[in-house]
Write a protein of this length. Structure first.
Length: 591
């Protein structure tokens, strides 16, 4: 076996060995040039995507229209256009390759299978097509029949890295537990992909009934420090629990959660262990091992910005295991990142309600709905999710955050309050809830409650610069507790020395205390860091006026007006330009 390298490095190296990794970047960034075209794209000189002309009954027209749909993230529509183009140019092998990967990426398995058969007959380098044909045999339980197409895969490229894993599991599926050593030998014959090899070796040993060896192998695959892949944690915790080492399993999961990882799967795993349950391993048979290996490759591809091929390999995993929620989430997340939000929502919806990841899928679906301006749908989904899971707060917090962003402060406050009621005795990480609700109370002009929440947030996290800044600035703006606010804001600046908004707050407390030269010094620095903020520019103008630099003050006020300040600030700034700084000073709250 070759020296082990991290999986991402292996994939990057494969990309350099002839472009195999990126040959079908069409899923994300447009089709490769077809022999019937010159690689035309639907872009103007300004970079704006425009619909290309589509000649009637023209293969070129369908090809161009397919590229336009592809650029817009509409994979299924792009596949439809390419299919029509291929019907008019059936000998175009490049177009068939593109159509196959688009069809597979769109989740149209039957059509992809048909195209894979054609490619396998005509294209000696159609590795992903042969992969799908092998997996089709596995779905039918014919592990032996899956091995020839797996052995026919090229040694280079991503499929070549994947083949040893899939073939090893085919050996295991064909021979059962007694074939464990043969399966391990086949896996070891390929290139090492680091922890992925150890994980799959351990799972073969586990399913082969050799639990002690599985535990030893998997222990070595877990990183010495930092987060471990979730499925490795699941597998090891399951093995420990079945080995009567429940305390060790609980400690493992707690350690993985201690770093603030927001992973509901691990939260549920911990609850199951603490409740006396014995969690199941990530998969229970050879086909599941194949799907898991494909998912691991897809995740690594996505980390290396290979979103196009990541979707393909995640779809291959789903072809074997349609209920593999991790693969669906990966595809949906990639589509959402590409602004194909409707496509992402459709994939999020495919995660079954009984899945441990259904809650996460619904949270992300609500976020996509909100981005599409379907706000009430998002609120309704989150509200229903909060009602269905009365022990969890994530849906309530997301609902509150979205409502606060939409300036629906009453709705936000109600959701934050429900979330806080659910947590019981607050712990350190809950400072964010009190801080966010405090902002909401302040916007609702319920200052005593806002102040109480800010103080509670500081009790939980005393050195939190955002809370120090918000509370300190609010006190300054209201002309109260100025000395205490000054101390808080000085500390906030120490903690965030390059944050223009925090420095502005300190400058403003100096201004309110009459220390105008100190105010100028801080506010000039704040404007350097945040030159486009109208409030900071206005504050600097006020400070300049107080130290007698009236021409510069008027310049800053004009600058503030040019930066589109909030409506209630415009008249006051215009008055300053006419008459200078009035007495007493005008107070105004910060966003």
């Amino acid at each position: 076996m070759t020296n082990a390298l991290p999986l991402a490095d292996r994939l990057t190296r494969r990309a350099r060995l002839g472009g195999v990794l990126l040959t079908l970047s069409v899923v994300a960034c447009g089709a490769q040039s077809s022999p019937t075209t010159s690689g035309l794209a639907g872009l103007t000189d300004t970079g704006v995507v425009v619909a290309p002309p589509r000649p009637v009954n023209s293969a070129l027209g369908d090809y161009l229209a397919g590229n336009f749909a592809l650029d817009s993230g509409r994979l299924e529509e792009a596949a439809d256009y390419f299919e029509r183009a291929l019907a008019a140019a059936p000998d175009d092998l490049d177009l068939l390759r593109q159509l196959y990967l688009l069809t597979l990426a769109s989740g149209r398995n039957d059509a992809a299978l048909e195209q894979a058969r054609l490619l396998a007959e005509r294209d000696p380098e159609a590795d992903e097509a042969r992969l799908l044909l092998a997996l089709d045999q596995v779905r039918a339980g014919n592990f032996g029949a899956a091995r020839p197409p797996l052995k026919a895969l090229g040694a280079e490229g991503v499929a070549g890295l994947t083949a040893p894993f899939l073939d090893a599991w085919a050996v295991f599926g064909q021979g059962g537990p007694q074939a464990t050593d043969d399966a391990l030998a086949r896996l070891e014959a390929g290139e090492s992909l680091g922890p992925l090899n150890g994980y799959h070796s351990a799972m073969m040993l586990d399913l082969g009934g050799r639990l002690d060896q599985a535990a030893t192998t998997l222990r070595a695959a877990i990183p010495g420090n930092g987060p471990a892949p979730v499925r490795i944690v699941q597998a090891y915790a399951s093995i420990l629990a079945r080995h009567d080492e429940r305390a060790a399993a609980i400690g493992l999961v707690r350690e993985q959660l201690a770093g603030g990882r927001d992973l509901p799967v691990l939260v549920d795993l911990l609850a199951a262990l603490e409740g006396g349950g014995v969690p199941e391993p990530p998969f229970a048979d050879a086909a599941g091992g194949m799907a898991d290996a494909l998912l691991g490759i897809a995740e690594a591809l996505n980390q290396e910005r290979g979103a196009a091929r990541a979707i393909v390999y995640a779809r291959l995993a789903l072809f074997l295991r349609p209920d593999l929620a991790e693969a669906s989430l990966l595809i949906a997340d990639i589509l959402a990142e590409q602004d194909n939000l409707e496509g992402a929502i459709a994939v999020y919806q495919s995660v079954e309600d009984g899945s441990p990841l259904a809650y996460t899928a619904k949270l992300r679906m609500a976020s996509a709905q909100h981005t599409l301006e379907r706000r009430e749908e998002a609120y309704q989904l989150l509200g229903d999710l909060a009602d269905a899971e009365p022990e969890r707060i994530e849906a309530l917090v997301q609902l509150a955050d979205l409502a606060r962003r939409d300036e629906e402060y009453a709705r936000a406050e109600a959701a934050y309050s429900r979330a806080i009621a659910r947590i019981g005795a607050p712990e350190r990480e809950h400072w964010t809830l009190y801080y966010a609700r405090g902002i909401t109370y302040e916007r609702l002009k319920r200052w005593p409650e806002a102040e109480a929440d800010f103080l509670q947030a500081l009790e939980l996290e005393p050195e939190q610069p955002f809370v120090l800044n918000y509370l300190g600035y609010s006190w300054v703006d209201m002309g109260m507790n100025l000395d205490q606010a000054k101390g808080m804001l000085n500390r906030a600046v120490e903690l965030r020395p390059n944050d223009g908004f925090v420095i502005d707050s300190l400058g403003w407390v100096y201004f309110r205390l009459g220390e105008f030269q100190n105010a100028v010094e801080q506010l000039e620095r704040a404007v350097e860091l945040e030159p486009g903020d109208p409030v900071i520019n206005e504050h600097l103008g006020d400070a300049y006026w107080r130290v007698g630099r009236e021409r510069e003050a008027r310049f800053q006020w004009r600058r503030a007006l040019s930066l589109e300040p909030e409506d209630d600030a415009v008249a006051a700034i215009e008055q300053k330009l006419r008459s200078g700084l009035p007495e007493p000073e005008r107070n105004r709250n910060r966003s």
